[in-house]
Write a protein that binds this ligand. Structure first.
Ligand code: ZN
Length: 168
């Protein structure tokens, strides 16, 4: 396995809509393993293809390893099937926007459909931290970042830091 370099805001690849993975092969399985290794090293809880320069619809999450119980999961060509009306507001960080935590409100539970590493279709209701991580990473596949989800006050507060990143 290998630790992959992570693209940082404002790299334009983070704003692209990723393309379907399609057929699952060893190259994708290797990428998934490398992406998991990368989040354990970063450290983070999730990573999407575009963040490592792969504009394909793949993301990995492990919402619990930091609490001592690893639950690595890989999602290929994920689709959002349903989202709860109940929202959860929490602080999220992004490995591509280091040092800028953002308060984000999202559906507390979501149902996703995706393809697993054996090429089999899967679907599941995700709850808790997994639901939040999965939505954060799904956003990445559509070129959306947590800074797009800030309210006006947070946007104003973050403006200097974002401007500095854009100049860097
Ligand atoms: Zn992120």
């Amino acid at each position: 396995m290998a630790v992959l370099p992570i693209l940082r805001f404002p790299d334009p690849r983070l704003r692209r809509v990723a393309l379907p993975v399609g057929a699952v092969d060893d190259r994708i399985r290797q990428l998934a393993a490398d992406m998991l290794e990368t989040i354990y090293t970063a450290p983070g809880r999730g990573l999407a293809g575009p963040q490592v320069g792969v504009l394909r619809r793949i993301f990995v999450i492990d919402a619990t390893w930091k609490e001592g119980t690893p639950t690595p999961r890989v999602f290929l060509d994920p689709e959002l099937i349903d989202a709860s009306e109940t929202l959860h507001a929490g602080t999220e960080g992004c490995l591509s926007i280091p040092g800028l935590p953002v308060t984000v409100s999202r559906p507390a539970e979501v149902t996703l459909r995706w393809t697993d590493l054996d090429g089999a279709p899967r679907s599941e209701r995700l709850t808790g931290a997994e639901a939040i991580c999965a939505q954060h990473e799904l956003d990445h596949l559509n070129g959306r970042l947590i800074i797009d989800l800030m309210d006006a006050d947070a946007r104003a507060a973050a403006a200097p830091a974002l401007a500095a990143m854009e100049r860097a």
